[in-house]
Design a protein around this ligand. Structure first.
Ligand code: AMP
Length: 376
């Protein structure tokens, strides 16, 4: 089956066309036919028009859509129907920066391919196993039950993929391991996966909480935010934009949201860039420590995402001063260049790099939903 995977964001539409089947999944031989990234210069229909121009004569049997927020309701991928569309729309209240664009992508793809099956794959779904002690905030209980103010977690597609891949490489299932997965890209999150289940993760009600990211602040005292609004009279929208788009590596360093640029400036002795790199690594290390405590140990620590896969310096800095936790890197393995999953630390907690393949997982889930076969 040829599955078009669409990631419809605010400024671009990323796509990959995969050929997959139950046999290909079992043999790990799904094939990527084409991939691309279309800037969303005009409206979404125009962007999809460009995608299909790129695809030319290639046929599409089904479409898998990446949807950021599935709330508490969507615990797995589903075929899109009118109810699912309405839910994605309603959940736009919780993810105003993402869900409306994702849904616009679903609707445009349906207009373009009315006879194809469309599947929604949620970034939140993998975290539906979070226990209440991890997903509740310390607010009055009604805020949890009535206003649904809780941790949902994101990047679930990536955390799920790399944990599955790690187990598969060992000929086992995810249920046999306690894993800490670090997705470090433009967005960043850490996840504690205890015997197959996500039991804690650093992103919360929105993708803003937790680690320092490219442009997002990560953890900030809510009191500081309220201070900006009540005392400094900044508008809530201004503050939201500052926290999401002007903070993180970009805002701290004043250089860029791209880790490579920030590293370059740090190496040239620029103190704000050095602070940004140091804070980035320190915060990841703190979360690793927290999740070792949450699971009473771990059977592996896994790095993924653009930074996690490609920066030996950042991995080394995160894994410095962690020897007593059983985490130590093998310097040669850490710096060796490779695009393959690989072990880079041989301490009590083995350390791995596992390149993420979110689109592949979306293509496979799309097939599994359509054929009604169980997900891994
Ligand atoms: P992602 O969102 O997973 O595509 O990751 C994108 C981020 O990965 C970019 O913003 C870069 O900061 C980072 N990145 C990619 N390659 C490298 C590298 N060799 N060293 C450090 N950071 C990198």
């Amino acid at each position: 089956m040829k599955v078009l995977v669409l990631n419809s964001g605010s400024s671009s539409v990323k796509y990959e066309l995969w050929e997959t089947s139950p046999e290909a999944i079992a043999a790990n031989s799904d094939t990527l036919i084409k991939r691309g990234n279309v800037e969303r210069v005009d409206d979404i229909d125009q962007a999809l028009h460009t995608v299909f121009d790129d695809l030319g004569a290639l046929s599409v049997d089904a479409v898998g859509h990446r949807i950021v927020h599935g709330g508490a309701k969507y615990t797995a991928s589903v075929l899109v129907d009118a109810q699912v569309e309405k839910d994605i729309e309603d959940l736009g209240e919780l993810a105003p920066l993402h869900n409306p664009h994702n849904l616009a992508g679903v609707r445009a793809a349906q207009r373009r391919l009315p006879s194809a099956r469309h599947v929604a794959v949620f970034d939140t779904a993998f975290h539906h196993t979070l226990p209440q002690i991890a997903y509740a905030y310390g607010l009055p209980f009604e805020y949890l039950t009535e206003r649904k103010i809780r941790r949902y977690g994101f990047h679930g597609i990536s955390h799920r993929y790399v944990s599955w891949k790690f187990a598969e490489l060992h000929g086992k299932s995810r249920e046999q391991y306690r894993l800490i997965t670090c997705h470090l890209g433009n967005g960043c999150s850490v996840c504690a996966i205890e015997y197959g289940k996500s039991i804690d993760t650093s992103m919360g009600f929105t993708p803003l909480e937790g680690l320092l990211m490219g442009t997002r602040a990560g953890d900030v005292d809510a009191g500081a935010i309220l201070h900006l609004i009540t005392q400094d009279r900044q508008s809530p929208l201004e503050v939201l934009k500052m926290l999401n788009s002007e903070s993180g590596l970009k805002g701290l360093s004043g250089v860029s949201n791209d880790m490579r640029d920030v590293q370059k400036h740090a190496a040239a002795g620029e103190p704000r860039s050095q602070l940004s790199v140091d804070m980035f690594c320190y915060r990841v290390r703190k979360y690793i420590g927290a999740y070792l405590a949450a699971m009473d140990g771990a059977d592996a620590l896994i790095f993924t995402g653009g930074i996690g896969e490609n920066s030996p310096e950042i991995r080394a800095q995160i894994c410095s001063k962690t020897a007593s936790l059983g985490i130590s890197l093998d310097a040669a393995a850490n710096t060796a260049k490779s695009g393959e999953p690989r072990q880079i630390g041989h301490g009590r907690v083995p350390v791995w790099v596992v390149p993420t393949q979110e689109e592949l997982l979306i293509a496979r889930d799309t097939l599994r939903c359509i054929l009604n076969i169980p997900h891994e």
